[in-house]
Design a protein around this ligand. Sequence first.
Ligand code: ATP
Ligand code: MG
Length: 868
Amino acid sequence: MTNNEIRSKFLEFFESKNHHIVPSAPMVVKNDPTLMFTNAGMNQFKDIFLGNAEASYPRVSDAQKCLRVSGKHNDLEEVGHDTYHHTMFEMLGNWSFGDYFKREAIAYAWEFLTEVMHIDKNNLYVTVFGGDEIDGLPMDSEAYNFWKEHVDESRILKGSKKDNFWEMGDQGPCGPCSEIHIDIRNEADKKLIPGSELVNKDNPLVIEIWNLVFMQFNRLANGTLEPLKSKHIDTGMGFERLCMVMQGKQSNYDTDIFQPLIQEIAAKAGIAYGQREDADVAMRVIADHLRAVSFSIADGQLPSNAKAGYVIRRILRRAVRYGYTFLGFKQPFINELVDTLVNQMGNQYTELKKQHELIRRIILEEEQSFLKTLANGISRFEDYVGSHAGSKTIDGAFAFELFDTYGFPVDLTQLMASEKGWNVDMEGFQKGLEQQKERSRAAAQVENDDWVELTDVSTSAQQEFVGYDTMQCEVHITRYRHVKVKDKEFFQLVFDRTPFYGESGGQVGDQGTLTHPAGDVVTVVNTKKENNLIVHIVNKLPEHLNDPYNAEVDKCRRFAIECNHSATHLLHKALRSVLGEHVEQKGSSVDEQRLRFDFSHFAKLSHDEIREVEKQVNIAIRRALPLEEHRAMPIAEARKLGAMALFGEKYGEFVRVVKIGDSVEFCGGTHTSNTGHIGSFRIVSEGAVAAGMRRIEAVTGAAAEKFNDALQDQLDTLREMCKNPKDIVAAVQRLQDENAALRSQIDQFQKQQIDALRRSLAEQLQQNPVIVRRTSDDLGQLKDAMLALRTQFPDMAIVLGSTFGDKPSLLVALGQNRVDAGKNAGTIVRTAGKEMQGGGGGQPGYATAGGKNIEGLDKAIAVAAEMI
Ligand code: ATP
Ligand code: MG
């Protein structure tokens, strides 16, 4: 079976068990402060487990793209070195939301593996949770007994909390789990040691393929467990591992998922796969990381210097470095593999196909810049070794600098060191690493207390957003919690309904007030969205927690935000019409001051293009187009309307569609009811953010007026300065021409003056070899003249003091005979310069000094004369 067939079989099986098949959620998570990347199939259903959202279907199943490179699930260091962990992988899963529980989950999994996939039962082992004293939990005997109906008891193993209790993060839904493990060793090895002894022992041929999680608890901030209101099933099976088993391989990388990539890398490197362990590891790393980075870019997360973007950048750099060190790739090459990946996975994941060229270009640019960094790091390393010859040990702090600044993992530094017969002070390196971790821990400290529920959760679960229609309403606080971020304390509140928009989809959160009839007024400083809840951030806890409050949004601010948001849609449309349909939104940020829009396009916008885009947006504004809003449109219908879907956004079954004139978009944000309100639109900047990505910043309404006013004011001032000419541009041009002509006249004039001075000095020198005098010339211009005189008069001594530019300066020039006799112009100006609070220097035959005190100039001249 090909991998695509295996995926289909899985989904078909669960469809036949009345599961609704849903698409994969994006791998990049947006609007969730607790998670950067999807790390398990259950992430997109987390709101349901938490009781914040209702399930649309009681049974669902899907194939979910996952990334495990940060937080609780981080497999990055294993990847490539072992044969069954990836950074990005697909997780096949089935869910029950308050529907079936352990019995069916176990029966379905067993049926699929043994009767659909026909896996030999004698190669399978299962585990159940053995209980945990600290959590006060007994063994999961329920699961044990259900397994007994299918499996011989000798194959049911009891596991610890570490292996058999699944948790998404430090807080949140969790529960005991049962894993299914498979033994894919050869028969001889199986006879030597029974598979049951190798389960959960990191043997690459006895591995976990499927985890069935019985979600029944919620982990609180203080570490204790509370039962969930209803029980759920959450399962996850590694797709690549299943394919390995089904295709009779012993490594995920030997399946048809990875082989095309591996073979292409091997061909490019000129080294066959399977010949050399270090080269094999490198090929696996590159094949794996290419997928992670490509899927991430397709989901809208580009490599960058912070947060999720930095995680992606580091993955790509890891791949570049393995290629560089072990396969000899000194030039960019990973970007060339994108074609193969898109060929292979583009049908299942169309976002790859659509953004093929963008992905390739971004990877290319990252490779180029990192290869430069690598080369710099290597030359830093060489310098270090050169200047510390004899020590034979690389200082830990230096190894850390290479790691931190040049992206050199310490094993690379060790490798380079050992090639020279050196070693690395690993203790020092670890110290640097610890200190850095401590710094970032301190910087990111967030402490969330548990929510305090004020009303029955089941009635408050469906919080209503009324802010599309009103800016003000009566609200009841349903829960609150205390939050501490880096020593700053505040509270978060959730209401039964709210007019406040929670930051999401690039639109900032609302601000406003909560007012109690008795006079208590609480300021809402920001509104965010977390796990589908709209969370209001306030500095003090309301006094009357159980009373209704009047919630009111800051209307002026919201109005400005809405105008900017609607203008963003018009801009998107205009860009597509001016530049072409390849333009896709890559990010946007809208607040009350301005809007920012990132989009895919490969060249700088010309002046005319910018003007044309502005013009189209302003025409749409003048047409005073009404907002057409469809709150809950089935996704297929929205597509028919031509709605622009943004990859990387998570959409439910029903979507909100915002139509403004010809622009149709999926959008949850708030908009002005009529484009006429926007008033006017101005682009204030356009530039590159990354390869193939441009960014436009623009302003609307009052802000656009202010922008135009500032330009007009500048122009008026210029006009006045130019004495109000008819044509200001021609006038400035005239000024520039005049200026250039004057400059050349001055240059010439100066030359003549210096020449005259030189001639007069020469005449004087004929009479007397020593000249001491004051001038008003720029002494800096006299160097050539002095050098000419020196060759002419070997006995001369000239001391000039000048007040040019209102600053005292001193010049001393000595003929060669005086220099030979031991005089030094440099020493003289340095000593004499002190008289005018200055200093200087130069050659023994010619030196100058500048100073601060004009009063001291005469004295300085006298001292210099004296020394001569
Ligand atoms: P392991 O112990 O092998 O790391 P896990 O306990 O971390 O697995 P789960 O979190 O239970 O795995 O995930 C469910 C399934 O997803 C696993 O049974 C496995 O088949 C697959 N899986 C987990 N991590 C990876 C990974 N990094 N790469 C590929 N597949 C994975
Ligand atoms: Mg794991």
